[in-house]
Design a protein around this ligand. Sequence first.
Ligand code: TYD
Length: 193
Amino acid sequence: MYICLEGIDGSGKSTQIKLLKKWLKEIGQKVLTIREPTPSDVGLLIRKMLLSPRSNDEDYQNTLALLFAADRTLLIEKIEKAESQNKVVISDRSYYSSMVYQNDQEWITQINKHAKKPDVTILLDLDVETALKRCEGHDHFENTNFLGKVKNRYLELAEKEDFYVINANNGLNKVQHDIKKVLLPKFGMCQIT
Ligand code: TYD
């Protein structure tokens, strides 16, 4: 099973993924965690480019979209191998991030046509103001308008692609509980342990 957590910057994906990994191991699952951008050379280049003051220019965004797609291609074999070993793959972001962060969804779909689609996508939906507060002091250039747009695009995509939407404004424990509740039936369980 390929599970993906999505959400705007600061939505708490990485913390929830750590907790989720621990829980899945406790219930006897083998787990592989991955993230996008990956730690590959392409991923490192992306992270460097994201820090550029030009990162919001259209040509820069298109270059980034292609790099994100290339970086993602490096994950296909890794995910398939893990699945063949019966591992649960938990990913911090997926091609859905490109669908909401980059423009021109039709083109994004085309250049990502080989990307693996998650079996389960969980959207951590957080208020933009809270997200920006959490990101303070980090190397983020996101502003309220941009993150607001991304949040709305996420919610639109969530309807189209059947994401599970979880209110990430609640405390860490409640969010974790809600994630477990979504996943329980997928593992043939009916009660949270
Ligand atoms: P993020 O998961 O927020 O990394 P970190 O936890 O290290 O800050 O991802 C980095 C940024 O990349 C984030 O702002 C979202 C952006 N991004 C895209 O714009 N398109 C994509 O396809 C992906 C995967 C990420």
